[in-house]
Design a protein around this ligand. Structure first.
Ligand SMILES: Nc1ncnc2c1ncn2[C@@H]1O[C@H](COP(=O)(O)OP(=O)(O)OP(=O)(O)O)[C@@H](O)[C@H]1O
Length: 934
């Protein structure tokens, strides 16, 4: 339409309206204007059409490209899959160089895992199939790999599988693989597993060798077993890769002419300790040095170091209280006391020559009660002193009140209490004033000992502790790779907490200097020196090593595998760095569990684990989480202890297990048990747990934080060592069951497992156990937080050793804060003792119980108590009667009738009962006559 007259009626209508409003001069040109606009519109529409057509073409092109890419990707995946089967290393290279953009990283990872899993499954001598995380670790060929593998996730089998995979599937020669471990036991384990996976008949061969060796010359068992593995490998023509400890690698590089001082596992045993001891002895010959040590150690013994944590420890109030309670304070006499208040009391008594016992046991309603201090006075008099340190806490106050009432009922013992107000008075001196008044009022002298008398009494222990701490100081200095000048400068810039620490550091650096002099002059070396020397040799190209006729060259090794990487430290890092400087392509694969890093005391340093890229450069970090060892609740218990500290474990076992707290306070022995174990009431408790487990056909391991069994678990006067205690427990069981029970420290049981684990000391001053001497390690960065973290990890190790049942022995309120964490988060219950049958003693004891007849309103047995006592009966609160136990063959009823007390007995009954409290015979005694009822 190009004129106002054209168009349809709608347009005509519009025109009419426009005509009325548009002036004439514009009306004359309106046709041209419309024409113009129509042309613009036409062009626009044509453009839109073209765009639509273009878009459609583009869509088709990209669809085609997508199909082509998918096709190419499929082709690439098929090609990579096939190549992974025949040339695994080549497949990875191809992926990296050609297919990285085509095939997604996660997809390639998946097909690699499939390949590894299929390869493992095809192995006849495999132990089990591997999960995808294990497979990923086994087949990861990055330049640097760190695998965090949680407890029970199969670290050793992953290392062994990887080694076999590299050899048999990737075609890497055994001579080009180096496996490094921290101790010889781990090396042996890896070698044995590699051997067996090659040929199962090697097991018999090893057994045979073992039998033949019995009469041979004495050598340490690991060396013998290791030699057997090597000769078996030779006999079967099996070529094993290099599996070495760091130490033996360094040794075979350096070939030291003189001896190497080692403290852990070398043939020379405690050589390093002996050398340091010698230096300290020499140092002590000098009077000034002796005085200095005396000043430091007496000051240290008296000091309340934990005060320094006030304000400096970032915890809320409750955690803080629990934490403070768990800090060990050692009294001058050497007891681990529970609080600063107790330490003040103990130290006052000690320094005033007062004879006392700490936590002496009293029986209270069939249970043990151990008040803090029992002071012995003239004529067998006693004063019991309790420190009520948590006044204001309602539960605690109630308990304190019960204790007061208990002592009121024993008027022959004087009871006294001390509270925190007194501790705060006059900088602690209030306690002394109070005790002096109390003791002198009861005729007990308080004679202040002189400094030299006090020193004489604590000297041996003080020197001993000083020596231990200096040994640890030297170990840490060596492990941090500090030479004398460096250590000196770090001490100079260190801010000591007080004079004691400052003077201690002066002595320690002096002894460190003498130790280094000794090494220099004697030509001997120590472990760290050896590592350093090895690192230096490698750095100048001396990379060949020779060991038992095997030659290796670090420059040509293609794969290096490191076990237990959480135990890494500076000397190991130097060695590895040197190797890497000479062999840039060496693939370094480290596996470990940072939750199980428990060797910080020996200088292990978690920073290598926490920040591998800082030390090794780009590192692939993988995790292996599935726990194949323990039941779900034990895995959860472990995770609860470590919550918020890294990736958790995942349980794979579906079986039912348990995590139970055995509170000794809640255990009530049966009268028979009480009678049996008068000197060791807790043995009954353990025997129940152990026999119950053995009844389920399970093995039991008793774990201790320290090298001794807690005092209140062992019979009175019993030596605390673990082996002796084990023997004591085992003797209750028949010979053939005894090896089902074992005992160990937690450190010693790392890497091992047991059906049932009983943690004997889940107390606050065992987990965490932070020795007051920790302050001397501040110069190396030790802090309460880091030490407590390490203790938490140790507890985690203890928990995760159990396969199906875990028992944690606690002592009433004295419970580890880690157990409290665990109780909050995981399914934990208290042992229900009524569900655990009593132990069946092999001699089948029976008991004789004498009590008043129910109808009797007098206490006839009380009237004849002295006669009963004379016949060997003891009052038994549980039975509410007089009791003695007899073996069945000793039970002579005629002799019973003739017992002295019978003649005076009236309205009394006598029961013969078996171990489970069933009445076997019942007698009535009236007016001196004994009649059997049944
Ligand atoms: N894929 C798997 N399938 C079944 N069982 C497995 C698998 N991997 C490991 N195991 C088993 O799990 C148990 C724990 O393995 P292992 O003792 O090697 O663990 P670990 O990682 O060394 O543990 P820890 O660090 O706690 O000592 C072993 O009995 C092992 O045979």
């Amino acid at each position: 339409m190009d004129s106002p007259d054209a168009g349809n009626s709608v347009e005509h209508n519009l025109f009419r309206q426009l005509r009325e409003v548009v002036p004439q001069n514009q009306w004359d040109t309106i046709g041209d204007r419309i024409k113009e606009l129509r042309s613009v519109e036409k062009t626009r529409q044509a453009q839109v059409q073209r765009q639509i057509a273009h878009d459609e073409t583009q869509r088709k092109i990209s669809e085609l490209a997508r199909i082509q890419k998918r096709h190419l990707e499929q082709q690439a995946i098929s090609e990579l899959k096939a190549l992974l089967e025949t040339d695994y290393v080549g497949a990875i290279r191809k992926y990296e160089t050609e297919y990285r953009d085509l095939v997604d990283g996660a997809e390639f990872e998946r097909i690699r895992e499939d390949c590894v899993q299929a390869w493992i499954t095809s192995q006849k001598l495999r132990q089990f199939s591997v999960d995808s995380q294990q497979a990923s670790a086994i087949g990861d060929l990055s330049l640097n790999t760190l695998v965090t593998a949680r407890a029970g996730s199969g670290k050793t089998s992953t290392l062994v599988n990887r080694t076999l995979f590299l050899q048999d599937h990737c075609g890497i020669a055994p001579n080009d693989i180096l496996v490094l471990a921290f101790n010889r036991k781990a090396v042996l384990e890896i070698k044995q597993r590699l051997l067996v996976r090659r040929n199962q008949r090697t097991v018999e061969h090893l057994e045979q060798l073992k039998k033949q060796r019995k009469s041979g010359p004495w050598l340490d068992p690991i060396t013998v077993d290791d030699q057997d593995v090597d000769s078996t490998a030779n006999a079967f023509g099996i070529e094993l890769p290099h599996v070495l400890t760091f130490h033996s690698l360094a040794y075979s590089l350096v070939h030291p002419k003189n001896s190497v001082l080692m403290d852990s596992e070398s043939e020379s045993g405690q050589a390093q300790s002996r050398v340091i001891q010698g230096i300290i002895d020499e140092y002590l010959k000098d009077q000034d040095s002796r005085n200095l040590i005396r000043e430091v150690m007496l000051g240290h013994f008296r000091h309340d170091w934990d005060r320094i944590i006030e304000g400096g420890y970032l915890k809320d109030r409750e955690d803080m209280i629990a934490f403070r309670r768990s800090l060990p304070r050692v009294s001058m006499k050497g007891e681990a006391v529970k609080s600063y208040g107790e330490k003040l009391i103990a130290d006052y008594l000690f320094e005033h020559d007062v004879d006392y016992n700490y936590e002496q046991n009293y029986m209270w309603g069939g249970r043990n009660y151990r008040p803090d201090f029992t002071v012995f006075g003239p004529n067998n008099s006693r004063i019991v002193i309790e420190y009520f340190g948590m006044q204001g806490d309602p539960e605690y106050d109630e308990m304190s009140q019960e204790k007061r009432i208990f002592w009121e009922s024993r008027p022959r013992i004087v009871f006294d209490e001390i509270n925190p107000d007194l501790v705060r008075q006059d900088n602690g001196r209030g306690v002394g004033v109070h005790i002096e008044k109390l003791l002198t009022a009861h005729g007990i002298p308080c004679n202040q000992l002189s400094e030299s008398e006090i020193w004489d009494r604590v000297k041996d222990r003080a020197i001993d502790r000083f020596t231990v701490s200096v040994k640890s100081f030297i170990a840490k200095a060596r492990k941090s790779g500090l030479n004398l000048a460096e250590l000196r400068s770090s001490i100079r810039s260190h801010d000591p907490m007080n004079e004691i620490e400052r003077k201690y550091l002066l002595i320690a650096i002096e002894i460190y200097g003498r130790y280094l002099d000794y090494l220099r002059n004697s030509g001997d070396d120590d472990f760290d020196g050896l590592m350093l020397e090895a690192a230096e040799k490698i750095a100048v190209g001396k990379t060949r090593f020779e060991r038992r006729n095997t030659l290796g060259d670090l420059a040509s090794i293609q794969h290096m595998l490191i076990d237990e990487f959480q135990d890494f430290s500076s000397p190991f890092f130097r060695l590895i760095s040197s190797i890497k400087s000479q062999n840039r392509d060496i693939a370094t694969f480290c596996v470990g569990d940072n939750w199980q890093a428990i060797n910080g005391f020996a200088g292990s340093d978690l920073q290598y684990f926490s920040d591998p890229e800082k030390f090794f450069g780009t590192t692939t970090q993988l995790s292996v989480q599935t726990n194949y060892r323990s039941t779900k609740n034990i895995v959860e218990a472990g995770n609860s202890v470590m919550r918020g500290r890294g990736i958790p474990s995942i349980a794979s076992k579906s079986g039912i297990g348990s995590v139970e707290i055995a509170d000794v306070d809640l255990f009530e022995p049966t009268p028979m048990e009480e009678d049996r174990h008068q000197r060791e009431p807790r043995t009954a408790m353990l025997l129940r747990l152990i026999s119950n487990a053995i009844g389920r056909d399970q093995n039991v391991t008793l774990l201790c934080r320290r090298n001794f069994v807690p005092r209140f678990l062992r019979p009175e006067g019993f030596r605390p060592g673990l082996d002796g205690y084990l023997e004591h427990i085992r003797q209750y069981f028949p010979e053939h069951l005894r090896n089902r029970i074992s005992i160990s420290t937690v450190h010693g049981f790392k890497g091992l497992e047991s059906d049932v684990v009983i943690v004997l000391d889940a107390f606050s001053n065992c987990y965490p156990l932070i020795h007051p001497d920790w302050v001397f390690g501040r110069i190396f960065g030790d802090e309460l937080e880091s030490l407590t973290d390490e203790e938490r990890r140790l507890f985690y190790v203890a928990v995760t050793r159990a396969e199906s049942h875990l028992y944690l022995i606690c002592d009433g309120p004295d419970i580890s804060p880690f157990v409290s964490d665990l109780r909050e988060l995981a399914a934990v219950s208290n042992v229900d003792w009524s569900m655990i049958p009593t132990f069946e003693y092999s001699d089948g004891n029976v008991g004789i119980l004498i009590s008043d007849k129910k109808s009797n309103d007098r206490s006839s047995t009380y009237e004849i108590r002295n006669q009963l006592k004379a016949s060997g009966y003891k009052w038994n609160t549980g039975y509410q009667g007089w009791f003695k136990s007899r073996m069945p063959e000793q039970l002579d009823t005629d002799a019973l009738k003739n017992e002295y007390w019978v003649r005076s007995a009236d309205k009394i009954e006598m029961k013969i009962i078996d171990q489970n409290d069933n009445v076997i015979e019942l007698y009535s005694l009236d007016k001196g006559e004994l009649n059997q009822i049944w």
